[in-house]
Design a protein around this ligand. Sequence first.
Ligand code: COA
Length: 160
Amino acid sequence: MMSKAIYPGTFDPITLGHMNILEKACSIFDEVILAVADYTGKDNLFSLQERYQLCKKSTEHIPNVSVSTFQGLFVDYAKSQNCNLMIRGMRAVSDFEYELSLALTNKKLNPEIETLFLVPSLRYMYLSSSIIRQLAALQGPLEDYVPTCVAEAMREKHFS
Ligand code: COA
């Protein structure tokens, strides 16, 4: 049987840190769905469609990834994909409380859901989308932090 996992997130925008987690997941599972969430309780820089397109472009070289969007609860989306495994990145202790509460809430909503935490490589440990959004707004260099298509989209968003 093919093994499958879902890596959900806001991906506003997708960063090299997310890519690092995704590549690790792709080496473990036959198929990984990168699922871009519509509702995340945050004000986003990019629309759902823009985030989806940037994720799609950034991952087109990885054969066992598919990109999709979802609305509503993650557990409902996971059920629709016949998949009980959620991947999340764990960068530092500061992620732990939020990630634990997300994992436990999902488990309460559907006891069959499991969350698998992957740790990013050391060089991506400190990356976050909000730091990168700040860097973009202040015309800082982006290429070390995000895929090239994302860097271009961020510059366009702020300065065109
Ligand atoms: N590298 C770089 N940054 C990373 C990272 C990594 N490996 N892992 C996490 N991050 C950062 C992101 O950049 C982002 O930073 P920001 O807060 O500064 O913008 C932050 O950590 C988290 O973003 P992301 O990984 O995109 O996920 P998220 O926490 O926004 O995603 C969902 C949360 C989408 C999984 C969750 O809201 C969800 O499931 N929503 C659907 C509704 C639902 O079912 N809710 C739960 C039950 S009520």
